[in-house]
Design a protein around this ligand. Sequence first.
Ligand SMILES: *Cc1c(COP(=O)(O)O)cnc(C)c1O
Length: 393
Amino acid sequence: MIPSILPTYNRAPISFEKGEGCWLTATDGTRYLDFGAGIAVNVLGHAHPALVGALTEQAGKVWHLSNLYQIPEQQELADRLVEATFADTVFFTNSGTEACELAVKMARRYWFEKGQPERTDIVTFEGAFHGRSSAAISAAGSEKMTKGFGPLLPGFVHLPWGDHEALQAAITDTVGAILIEPVQGEGGIRPLPDQCLKGLRDLCDEHGILLILDEVQCGMGRTGKLFAHEWAGVTPDIMMVAKGIGGGFPLGAVLATEAVAAPMTAGTHGSTYGGNPLACAVGSAVMEVVSDDAFLDDVTRKAGGLRQKLEGLVAAHPDVFEAVRGMGLILGLKCKVPNTDVVAACYDQHLLTVGAADNVVRLLPPLNISKAEIAEAVERLDRAAASLSVNAA
Ligand SMILES: *Cc1c(COP(=O)(O)O)cnc(C)c1O
């Protein structure tokens, strides 16, 4: 009999009732150290006082209006994002998937208005993840996500990761945009090297193509910059944001330059909940903390320490781990044993991690984690790896 919850997830048999900072307490009282952060969502951990304060204060005023009216909390968050980034304008969504939908629509509308409506193709890359809507699975293109869900949305050109020749060959008159994650998350924590992102920007400029960055997982401070593309010193035309921006409250956004967004006039797009006062009040509280340079420098410093410890861990358990990947606090351990075994062994050590493609275990702690908690997590990982080595022997 089908469970009352549609079983599209393989869920661990753990349930949590309370969280504080980087710790979650299960219903049996066991405390877990959270290195998954709801898949890069809880950037400030659980029950952060500033976020609880922002949410409860707004909850006492007004929950929902409609984009038929001015929403001051939405205006404040949009202004903060415009101030802190390349963007001139922002549209709020409830998720990364919806941000993908708008990014695709915006790129196509741009070319339509420019009198080149044939430029509908969007180049994407193997291992990508952009969400679960028909457009988002069509964009990513993997068989795992698309099988049985056709007909898919046309107009996506899928290329292998890191194949420069294939990329050059794919640039035709019908290409309107390139869509890429600066650090692939679900694909196995694969950072795009800075010179490749610069090269993509140059290629786009040369052919007048739009660059769309999906920073849903790697953005909001996770790499030690507010957005990952800042490391390469280039900017996109359109950017998708979600996950961390709401710190746990459902919120996403599409950021864009004026030139690209201008055709999105009244009536061209909409959302009932997008930019809701509750979500935006929390989003502003997240931005207040995360967009601070000192906070971001601290992320980079702590991440350096974690990275070093993880390199040591890989060296200590060569039969379990192959390598460390990623940047900042979006890190992956490429495994030699099944990554699901590592995630399970970590559960036994009361440490939460997240699997990814390419046999990787993701480490995505809250960004305000302490050095002591990092050291504690590495000890737990060490014990988890040791338990797997013993089992293997
Ligand atoms: C999670 C994710 C999405 C989809 O976001 P949802 O909020 O789950 O719809 C899109 N792109 C990337 C890179 C993601 O990690």
